[in-house]
Design a binder for this molecule. Sequence first.
Ligand SMILES: [Zn+2]
Length: 93
Amino acid sequence: MKKEVNCGEFLESLSDYVDGILGDALCKEIENHMADCEDCRIVVDTLKKTIYLYHETASKTTIPLGVRERLFRSLDLDDFIQKGNLLENDVTF
Ligand SMILES: [Zn+2]
């Protein structure tokens, strides 16, 4: 009997997944789920970009949004900002 990951389990394991500390088997289940579930794909995609931006700016924390926006642009992240509207997006988990 094959164990299917549902969206709830998926979201529970998600932070471990993006941190890369999830076991191989569970990683595969999550990737299988993502292949079938567009919602979760979008969540992972957004989360990865958010984490990336967070790390990019971690040493310069608590700067105002406008400043951060300019910083992202100077870091050549226009692509992320325009495509994903990351700064405006509500990420709900
Ligand atoms: Zn899902």
